[in-house]
Design a protein around this ligand. Structure first.
Ligand SMILES: [Zn+2]
Length: 117
C-alpha cells in the first residue's frame, strides 16, 4: 500500500499529506486493556506511516503532516466545524449547509486542503 501510494504520488508529481498522529502511543498505553483491537489498528497505521515516509524519502516525495484536529468535523463546502456533523460513523452531514459526504473522503479532502495552505 505504501509503495503504491508513493508510486502514484511520483507519477502525478504530488506530495503526500498525512494526519500527524503524534502522541498516539501515550494514548494507547492508557486504553490498551480496554481496546486491544483499536491498539492494533493504531499500530498498523503508525507502521504504515513510517513506511510511507521511508519510501517517499527514497523517491524524493515531500510528506506533509497535518493536524488531525477537526479533519473529520469540518464541512468542505461552508467551513462549519461541529462534532455533530459526523453523527454516524461513516457519514458526514453538515448541520449548517446540509452538505453530505463519506466521512473518510471528507477528512481526506480536509487533509489535502490543510497541507497546501
Ligand atoms: Zn457546510
Amino acid at each position: 500500500m505504501a509503495k503504491k501510494l508513493v508510486e502514484k504520488a511520483k507519477a502525478l508529481q504530488c506530495g503526500i499529506a498525512l494526519e500527524n498522529l503524534k502522541g498516539i502511543c501515550k494514548r494507547m498505553e492508557k486504553t490498551v486493556r480496554k481496546a486491544q483491537r483499536r491498539q492494533h489498528s493504531s499500530w498498523s497505521f503508525y507502521q504504515l506511516r513510517q513506511f510511507i515516509q521511508y519510501k517517499a524519502d527514497l523517491a524524493g516525495i515531500p510528506v506533509m503532516l497535518v493536524d488531525p484536529k477537526n479533519t473529520s468535523r469540518t464541512c468542505i463546502q461552508c467551513g462549519y466545524v461541529a462534532k455533530e456533523n459526523r453523527s454516524l460513523r461513516d457519514n458526514f452531514c453538515c448541520r449548517a449547509c446540509g452538505y453530505v459526504d463519506l466521512a473518510d473522503k471528507l477528512a481526506a479532502e480536509n487533509i489535502r486542503r490543510d497541507a497546501v495552505n
